[in-house]
Design a binder for this molecule. Structure first.
Ligand SMILES: *Cc1c(COP(=O)(O)O)cnc(C)c1O
Length: 385
């Protein structure tokens, strides 16, 4: 079987550096919030062109932390796509707020700004919930339509959070999602374009007050400099808890590994463009649709997702030929039992539902060799289902 994501190829390339980085952490022993965590945050902020990068335990917490910091809660509506990973809507009910599911565009599979506007208007007209925020997802690695979404958010006074778990490093007109969003969240789950060897995540923002609140929330609501405001303290500020927080930290070992991976990430994004281009050249006209990237957009190609009328038949055919595939996502979130009671925008989500029946992800990673890729392309082209 061809690997779906070949993490071993990258590891072989980085092995001496990663081994040395791990040994260094074992030697100094600062396993939590050690020096590598700060260094990685600085480098991540520089890569993401953000004033602040705050690492945390996983990408799901990275979505929850800004919502908590904005004090979003009961009575608030948070608009997000349904055709996404569970983590996107999951964090909304954590806060007591209500997710409102919005449909996607048929070409990019990202949030439909027209349906977003209609969904916000509908919630306002109903008067039961207060529109508070939008979570836009950079699905499969490509940027959402941030100029259009940010304009709608500004007009309605909503916060904009970019779920860049799959798309960290993507750009639109050369700008990263944070150029439009109030905060961007990413995940370092191993299979993500920038992954570690376990769980990890980060929030990026240019907002100093937000960064300070997230820094507090990720360590049990510890007092911040602004909370203390120069007052002399009788005890360690770590044990002065000024808000209800959580424990969400990136391990020092993971930060040390991520420093090495971030150093080659820009180059890997380039290699991913080459692999994606080759797929599209080989497959256009042979499937219902090859991926369509928004004009001016650069995808990190977390996934290369084609559409096919007989998706399941094609997947079986490829599997028989040693080619693994995956379906992201077979059931949109508004059709999942725990989420079925939450509202959708007007007219429901026909595009999200149609996509879930046709999408199929092919093996995708920066080290996919041309001959192996040719086998995959031939496999798809040779299917007459
Ligand atoms: C992976 C992912 C997350 C969550 O990341 P974890 O690190 O697994 O918690 C959130 N949103 C999207 C779109 C993802 O793909």
């Amino acid at each position: 079987m061809i690997p779906f994501i070949d993490l071993a190829a990258q590891q072989a390339r980085l092995k001496p550096r990663i081994d040395a980085a791990i040994q260094k952490v074992l030697a100094h022993g600062a396993y939590v919030m050690g020096p590598e965590v700060r260094l990685f945050e600085e480098q991540l902020a520089a890569f993401g062109r953000a004033r602040f990068a705050l690492s945390c335990a996983n990408g799901t917490d990275a979505l929850a932390l800004p919502l908590l910091a904005w004090e979003i809660g009961a009575g608030d509506a948070v608009f997000c796509p349904s055709f996404t990973f569970a983590a996107t809507p999951e964090v909304v009910p954590w806060t007591g707020a209500t997710p409102v599911f919005v449909d996607i565009l048929p070409d990019t599979c990202n949030l439909d700004p027209g349906h977003l506007e209609a969904s916000i208007e509908a919630v306002k007209a109903q008067g039961r919930l207060r529109p508070a925020a939008v979570i836009a997802v950079d699905l499969f690695g490509q940027p959402a339509d941030y100029p259009a979404i940010a304009k709608i958010c500004r007009r309605h006074g909503l916060k904009l959070l970019a779920d860049s778990a799959q798309g960290f490093g993507c750009t639109l007109g050369g700008e990263q999602p944070l150029s439009w969003a109030d905060a961007a969240a990413t995940s370092f789950f191993p299979a993500k374009p920038l992954g570690c060897y376990g769980d990890g995540g980060a929030v990026l923002t240019d907002d100093a007050a937000l960064a300070e609140r997230i820094d507090s929330l990720r360590v049990h609501g510890k007092a911040t400099a602004s909370d203390v405001n120069g007052r002399p303290l009788a005890h360690d500020p770590k044990y002065l808890n000024t808000r209800i927080g959580m424990n969400s930290r990136l391990d020092t070992l993971q930060a040390a590994i991520l420093i090495e991976k971030l150093a080659i990430f820009g180059e890997e994004i380039e290699q991913r463009q080459r692999v994606a281009r080759r797929y599209s050249e080989g497959l256009a006209g042979h499937v219902l649709q090859v991926p369509q990237v928004i004009e001016g957009g650069l995808s990190t190609w977390a996934q290369y997702v084609i559409e096919h009328r007989d998706r399941d038949g094609l997947a079986e055919h490829l599997k028989a030929g040693g080619v693994p595939t995956a379906v992201y996502y077979p059931v949109p979130m508004h059709r999942q039992a725990p989420y079925a009671g939450f509202p959708t925008g007007p007219g429901g989500l026909p595009v999200s539902e149609a996509k879930s029946a046709t999408v199929l992800a092919l093996p995708m990673h920066p080290y996919l060799a041309a001959d192996v890729q040719d086998r995959i392309i031939e496999g798809v082209r040779g299917y007459n289902g």
